[in-house]
Design a binder for this molecule. Structure first.
Ligand code: ZN
Ligand code: ZN
Length: 397
């Protein structure tokens, strides 16, 4: 395949794609309903030979490109949502929606996918099979991908996809570099809330009350110790209690104390065992102190698992397209989470990270994704567009 042409074409379309990205950057929307973003995406796809399915439970868009020859289907994803946070970058195309920001680079993802849709549409006669362009809302904790799957995303194209590919930008890495690994690449992220029920009273006479605060403190230290003693370091886990709530006055023993935190794991087995460990410790410590305590676990996104064979193929494609020195095998999983995991549970595929650190900053010290100051290198989108197209063309040729 002529990768040099793909790259030249994606560089050629870059000015238009940057313009599109900046227009999306100005209007970040949060959650599963993104009316302005959806309208902008539809406008940008206008005139392309795509069959468009507008999802009803969310602002998701499934756009199908049917190649002239029969063959399998690949799904390519771009997520479209922003975050509820202020933007302080000072960019001249900064957010015009107060309190909302495209701080995870999903505006770049959407723009790259539109670029790929244009590039692949121009190659419709060469395609043996179909491309499903998945424009999804609600990645940032709103289960947008799962809603799209529940609405029949994978049945909206025949044959159903047997290959899946997504790109996430990151300012952690040098612009234009591609990072991936086979197997688990992102964590399962769950929320844990522990509530200790004591009995309120006067701070001067704790023996007449049941103080929940020392019990909550002991639960924190005991669970952190247990974590280091029970978790195989080669199947890691993170437990962070990031929120403690108890008491209203310095001289009143409160009736309850609440801890809220998150668990991160990269295997389903570890995930279940860690939750069981927390429940065991909370039950044991509260019983030792004669109080009751409850544990609520809210399961978030599952582990994002890259398919081994597809990861090897994409590594080769990226190396041929961008040069072997631009492709990095990630040494470890990342403990963040992604709802692309739900697609990868059903369709063999991968997620890769695309380095997008601005060239005037140093990777490692530049503001990171989700920072109010994060900026992304827009030129790296050329690599992303070409990589989307190359992965699809490789699968459909
Ligand atoms: Zn994010
Ligand atoms: Zn993201």
């Amino acid at each position: 395949m002529d990768y040099a042409t793909l790259l030249a074409e994606s560089r050629h379309m870059l000015p238009e794609i940057k313009k599109l990205r900046r227009s999306l950057h100005r209007i970040p929307e949060v959650g599963n309903h993104l009316p302005k973003t959806r309208a902008a995406v539809l406008e940008a796809l206008e005139g392309l030979p795509l069959e468009i399915h507008l999802h009803e439970t969310t602002s998701g868009i499934a756009a199908v490109l049917d190649g002239d020859r029969p063959g399998p289907t690949i799904v390519l994803r771009g997520d479209m949502d922003g975050l509820a946070m202020p933007e302080d970058t000072g960019l001249d195309f900064a957010s015009e929606h107060a309190g909302h920001m495209h701080a995870c680079g999903h505006d770049l993802h959407t723009s790259m996918l539109i670029g790929a849709a244009r590039m692949l549409s121009a190659r419709q006669p060469e395609l043996s099979g179909k491309v499903l362009f998945m424009f999804q809302p609600g990645e940032e904790g709103h289960f947008g991908a799962r809603y799209m799957l529940d609405e029949g995303l994978l049945d909206q194209v025949d044959p159903s996809p047997t290959r899946a590919f997504a790109i996430h930008v990151t300012s952690l890495h040098a612009a234009g570099t591609v990072h991936l690994k086979p197997g688990p690449y992102m964590a399962a992220a769950d929320k844990v809330v522990v509530t200790v029920h004591g009995k309120g009273g006067h701070a001067s006479a704790p023996w007449n009350a049941v103080d929940p605060i020392p019990v909550a403190a002991e639960i924190i230290t005991a669970s952190e110790v247990a974590l280091t003693r029970t978790v195989d370091v080669f199947d890691p886990a993170v437990l962070t209690f990031a929120q403690m709530t108890a008491g209203t006055a310095y001289n009143v023993i409160p009736a309850t104390a609440t801890l809220a935190g998150t668990t991160r794991t990269v295997s389903e087995e570890r995930r279940d065992r860690l939750h069981a460990m927390i429940e065991q410790i909370v039950a044991g410590i509260s019983s030792a102190h004669g109080v009751t305590a409850t544990v609520e676990i809210e399961r978030g996104y599952p582990v994002t698992v890259n398919d081994d064979a597809v990861a090897a193929e994409v590594t080769q494609i990226a190396a041929d397209l961008l040069g072997p020195d631009q492709v990095v095998q990630a040494p470890n999983p990342i403990m963040g989470a992604e709802d692309w995991s739900y697609v990868l549970q059903r369709v063999p595929g991968v997620m890769v990270f695309l380095g997008s650190c601005p060239t005037d900053l140093e990777p490692g010290s530049a503001p990171v994704n989700h920072s109010n100051l994060v900026r992304f290198d827009e030129d790296s989108m050329a690599a992303g567009i070409a990589l989307h197209a190359a992965v699809a063309l490789d699968f459909l040729s």
